[in-house]
Each structure stands twice: as structure tokens, then as C-alpha cells.
Design a protein around this ligand. Sequence first.
Ligand code: PHE
Length: 358
Amino acid sequence: MNETLEGILKEVHQIRDQIKDVETLENFRVKFLGRKGLLANLADELKSLDDEKKKKFGYQFNLAKKEIESVYEELKQNLVQEPKVRFSFRHPGQKPLVGHLSPISLALNQAIKIFTNLGFKTILGSEIENEYYNFDALNIPADHPARDLWDTFWLDQKKEEEVDKKNQRSKKNKNKNTDRYLLRTHTSPSQVHYLEKNFPPFRIIIPGKVFRYEATDKTHEFEFHQLEGLAIGAGANLAELKGVLEKFFSEFYKKNLKIRLRPAYFPFVEPGLEFDVECIFCLNQKKKGCAICKQSGFIEIGGAGMVHPFVFKSVGLDSSKNYGYAFGLGLERIIMIRYKINDIRLFHSNDKRFIEQF
Ligand code: PHE
């Protein structure tokens, strides 16, 4: 009988690992613990034994029964509690996606740092301007051909007569086109705002978004960033401008670069000029000139010049006592040069393959 009991126990332990669902568990219960199961059969046999054997074997029987019952309970618990998704604290988690600054913000932060070290304070202007600040105060009247340069996103157009009436009522704004709003086409209007409220001397930069109503292509976007500079006060002449730009670009591109100034026309500077920076790609080659600088050794960057007397007059400053320079450059442009990016539209394309490279 003992052997039978041992055989049963052996079998229990052999098959317990195979019990994976409710059905096999039930078969297990019926087979071993059921009313007609193996244990029940043995219990029947037990009854026919004499008292001494009954006592001895009964003890073994009860131990075995308890063991099988506890195996059954354990299997049942496992089936009920087995979670669908296992979770372990030791399991390495999924890395959360962490963003980073865009190439524009990175370059802007760097530019601000360099200009701060050169004594320039950073000012933020407004992206919505009115006609007066964007054009008129900068010597670009309505009929001036230079306005064609800045094709404009106008906001909330008012009828000409309404504008005229309102201008007549307000003495302060008499003859000022302050009623028609637009998305600024350049950062230069912030020069006027700053000059109106601050007395020279000062040196400031004004970085920010600008908007132009034009078709996009590899080198044109309708929304991009400019960095404007304005220095008014003793010593703020073209020699200083050249030195400041030279220092800025040498630090920005981490190379010793020369600046080239060329005469150009902007209505709010006189003399006006365009500035080029030495090509960072063929800089140290014996024979200067490469495909990027089109064999010239220099790359065009932006506009600059001495602040026009008209602008001083606009803000009520005496142009015989004040002088200074202004410059403006496209932020995307100097980033494109740094990384040899050949399409400005990539900056706003939201393409992760592009953005994740920085
Ligand atoms: N505002 C000019 C532009 O948008 C750039 C410029 C700024 C030129 C300052 C001269 C002086 O093209």
C-alpha cells in the first residue's frame, strides 16, 4: 500500500508542471482527489485493514493527501494569479524620448553669448508691427521702390478713409501710418522702437522671426530669423562694425575669419553696405575659392551701414550729434553655411531625420 501511495505522489510531482490551464487542473483534481480518484480508492482499501496497520498507514495516507491538496492549491493559485503581462523591477525600462534645442536656438544662444561679450545687450522686438515702424520711419515711404523688397503679410486691413480719419483725430500719430498692421518683414523696426525710448550711447542686438510674402525655394522661406545689430555712440563707426563682425564670425565658426564690406543700398543706412565673411570651407587652402563660395573666397552674409539721418529724425534725435552703425543678418543662413545645409525649408520641415542631427 505504501508503494501505491508513493507511486501516486511520484505521479503528482511528475505532471504538476504540465498543468497550465483550468481544464488540466480539474483533470488533476478528479484523478487524485476526486470522489472516485486514486486517493479515494486507497481510502476504501484502508477500511479493510486491521487496527494497527490502519493506524500506521492512515498516518502516511493523511500526509500524502495533505501534500497533494497543497500542490492542487498552489497550482490553482498560480493559474488565478498569473498576470497577463509580467512586470519586473529589474527589467530595463523604455527610454523616454527626450527633446533638444533646435539648430536655430542653439545658434541663437551662441550668437547672444558672443555679442554679450562684445558689449551688446539683447533686446526682443515684436513680430507684429505697423506700417510706420516697418517702413515709414526707416525711410521707406509708401511709394518708395524699396518697399518692393519686402513683400508683406498685412493683418486686419482697414479702409484707407478709416485710417485717414483716425490719423487726423490723434495728434500724436498725425501723418504716421500706425493703423495698418503687418508681420514684420525685418528686425529693423525694433531699431526705431528702441531709439524712441533710449538715449545713446548703447549697443544692442535684436534677434527674432521675420516674415515675407514670397514663394519658397531652397534659399527662401516665408518665415525665418534675423539678427539685427545697432550701435550708437562714440566710436560706433564702420571700423568698429568690421571689427565686431570679424570677432563675431571668428568665434561663431571657430576660425580666424576676415570680413569684406561692399557698397550696397538700404534706405535706412548711409553709406549702406553688404558684408561677406571669408569662406570657411576653402579658408586654409593655398588657392582660395571653392564651389560653396563660387570661387570668390567669400560668402555673402547680410546688410549694414551707418544709421541714416532720416532715422534719427524719425525718433527725434539730432543727427548732427548722433551717429552709429546697424547691421542685419539671416540666422538660418549662417547655420546653413556651418553645416552645409542646402535647403532652408528643412528648418521648418518637422523632419526628425534632419532635426535629430543637432
Ligand atoms: N533690414 C535689412 C534686411 O532685412 C538688413 C539690414 C539691417 C541692412 C540693418 C542694413 C542695416 O535686408
